[in-house]
Design a protein around this ligand. Structure first.
Ligand SMILES: CC(C)(COP(=O)(O)OP(=O)(O)OC[C@H]1O[C@@H](n2cnc3c(N)ncnc32)[C@H](O)[C@@H]1OP(=O)(O)O)[C@@H](O)C(=O)NCCC(=O)NCCS
Length: 156
């Protein structure tokens, strides 16, 4: 199976925060952001795997700042690790300021598993790392994978 690069599957989605996206205190509802993050991760993983995927886990979801009605959000997904059938995807969410500059408000890591038509895990292409940042992300992802395995073994 041929390798793919990080760039091959990078995904970007833009959202305008509308009244239906808010929680009772007038900020962006965290569950809505999570749904957008899950979609960006799924599209990124599908582009890498070339088939359907499902979300196995979501971790390191950090809400650094709130977002408010009328804000423009930019979500950027990129693959950090490809295993046998699983992929780790990082999704960064930014608030776009009026001058066009981006301010990071959330970072999330998701594990997506490639599945066939019978819902069974299937092999994914390898990941060709092209720079130091991608290599560092890969090494950190390997450590996170070990931690997840331990947590799964311990039942939480
Ligand atoms: C994800 C799923 C397909 C994995 O099936 P499984 O029988 O556990 O498969 P395996 O044990 O062979 O694991 C397959 C891969 O998933 C990874 N994986 C499985 N459970 C995981 C978890 N909880 N967290 C992170 N990775 C996980 C394994 O490490 C493995 O990766 P690798 O092949 O790259 O080494 C299965 O657990 C499932 O269907 N879960 C529900 C997914 C879902 O419905 N998501 C939507 C949420 S509403």
């Amino acid at each position: 199976m041929h390798q793919k690069t990080v760039k091959d599957s990078q995904t970007e989605q833009v959202q305008l925060i509308l009244p239906e996206d808010l929680n009772p205190s007038g900020r962006l509802f965290g569950g809505r952001l999570l749904a957008w993050i899950d979609i960006v991760a799924a599209i990124t993983a599908r582009r890498h795997a070339g088939c359907n995927v499902t979300t196995a886990s979501i971790d390191r979801l950090q809400f650094k700042e709130g977002a408010f009605p009328g804000d423009t959000l930019v979500l950027k997904g990129r693959i950090t690790y490809a295993g046998n059938t699983s992929m780790e995807i990082r999704v960064d969410t930014f608030r776009e300021r009026e001058d066009g500059r981006l301010r990071l408000i959330n970072t999330a890591y998701l594990v997506m598993v490639a599945i066939d038509k019978d819902q069974n895990p299937v092999k994914v292409p390898g990941l060709k790392l092209e720079n130091v940042t991608e290599k560092m992300e890969w090494e950190a992802a390997v450590k996170r994978k070990e931690l997840r395995k331990e947590r799964k073994f311990l039942g939480y």
